[in-house]
Write a new protein. Structure first.
Lengths: 162, 233
């Protein structure tokens, strides 16, 4: 059961290989003991444990504890990484806003900068006005065809959803 | 104030749209030449727009990281933009910008200057476990710094280029870590830390946590933070 699950997760690329290998190994190792429960009794009595089952239980608890600690460590590391990324994104966005704020000044100011600045602003106005002009085109056309204001508002609604 | 130094005021703000504008305006009125950076710590309100409309530089985190996260971002910004002095001011109006020049003056003899309550000026007072925690922290850290530090949890502080560099790459996110641990680390790395007495005002927004349970938790966290900070490499 466990083996199938892990294989499926791995197949869907949702599990990193290192974890897959770990759990596959665990599955394979415990499989024989599941099939023959009494096989560990001798080893258990050697170690001073009452039965093989409780030995397996004990080892499982220790193992799971270690896995938990590892996952905590991993989560902390990931948090650190996402934090660094968040900071990076914030800095980049701030820089971007500064650059945008500078561009109009460049247009009004030096002629050399104009060549650089103009395409950027032209692009900006074109892309920002595109959806608006599109809506204007659609609305009158529908209005002409049906002559009803109701259809107009529904087309606007559709646009808003998009 | 020293004019030849590039000074940045860092204001960490999380949902402080109500008070952040006043703080910016006040800092501007007091110190017209300094740059102001508001670090919006993933606010869900209008903090960013308010700060921008008041003429501050704003950098916005995509989600809430806590004061420590916001501050590291602030120091990174200061570091990358070559500021000589960075000063941390709370967005809730508790810190009086009139003391900023005093903090900057303190940098002539130290790398990190803490604006401290309980140091003679102002009448800010706390009681109970919270007070014990602060007392303990101040005793331990004073001994480490070999100078009197009465208010180690103060978020009103100024630091020079060296410490900006340190904080830009390392600044704990945990609560209390952001104040206490940074002081410990700065001391251990050989930076000189001093304090300057300041008066704090009641917060413009929000209420200070005063329940005894919270105060006890605060004491516990202070202890843990202190022990960790001292034992960390």
């Amino acid at each position: 059961m466990l083996l199938v699950l892990i294989f499926e997760l791995l197949r869907r690329r949702q599990l990193r290989e290192k974890y897959a290998v770990l759990w596959m190994a665990v599955g394979l190792l415990t499989l024989p003991f599941g099939l023959v429960p009494d096989s560990l009794n001798a080893t258990a009595s050697h170690l001073g444990v009452a039965s093989g089952a409780s030995l397996v239980l004990f080892l499982a608890v220790v193992f799971l504890l270690l896995v938990c600690i590892h996952l905590c460590w991993e989560a902390s590391r990931l948090e650190d990484e996402t934090r660094a990324l968040a900071e990076e994104v914030a800095l980049i966005r701030t820089e971007l806003r500064d650059l945008r704020a500078q561009t109009p000044d460049g247009v009004r100011g030096a002629g050399v900068r104009q060549a650089h600045a103009q395409p950027a602003t032209a692009e900006g106005t074109a892309s920002s006005s595109k959806p608006r002009s599109g809506a204007e085109v659609i609305a009158p056309r529908r209005g002409d065809a049906t002559g009803l204001g109701v259809v107009d508002s529904s087309s606007v609604e559709g646009g808003a959803h998009r | 104030v020293n004019v030849d130094k590039k000074v940045l005021i860092i204001i960490p703000a999380w949902n402080e749209a109500e008070s952040v504008g006043d703080v910016i305006a006040e800092v501007r009125g007091e110190l017209p030449t300094v740059d102001i950076l508001v670090v919006d710590d993933g606010s869900t309100d209008d903090t960013t727009n308010v700060a921008l409309s008041f003429g501050a530089q704003v950098t916005r985190l995509p989600y809430n990281l806590g004061v420590g996260g916001a501050m590291r971002l602030g120091y990174r910004y200061a570091y990358e933009n070559d500021y000589d002095v960075a000063i941390q001011v709370d967005a809730d109006g508790q810190h009086d910008p009139r003391y900023v020049p005093k903090l900057i003056d303190g940098l002539s003899e130290a790398s990190l200057v803490i604006g401290a309550r309980f140091a003679g000026e102002g009448d800010y007072d706390v009681r109970g476990p919270r007070r014990w925690a602060m007392k303990l922290l101040s005793v331990v850290l004073s001994r480490m710094a070999k100078t009197q530090l009465t208010d180690t949890t103060s978020g009103f502080r100024a630091c020079d280029r060296d410490v900006i560099g340190l904080f830009a790459q390392w600044y704990p996110v945990e609560y209390l870590g952001d104040t206490v641990e940074t002081v410990v680390r700065a001391i251990r790395l050989g930076h000189k830390v001093v304090q300057v007495p300041v008066a704090m005002r009641p917060r413009a927004g929000g209420t200070p946590s005063a329940s005894p349970v919270k105060a006890m938790i605060y004491l516990g966290r202070a202890l843990i933070t202190l022990l960790l900070a001292i034992n960390r490499k």
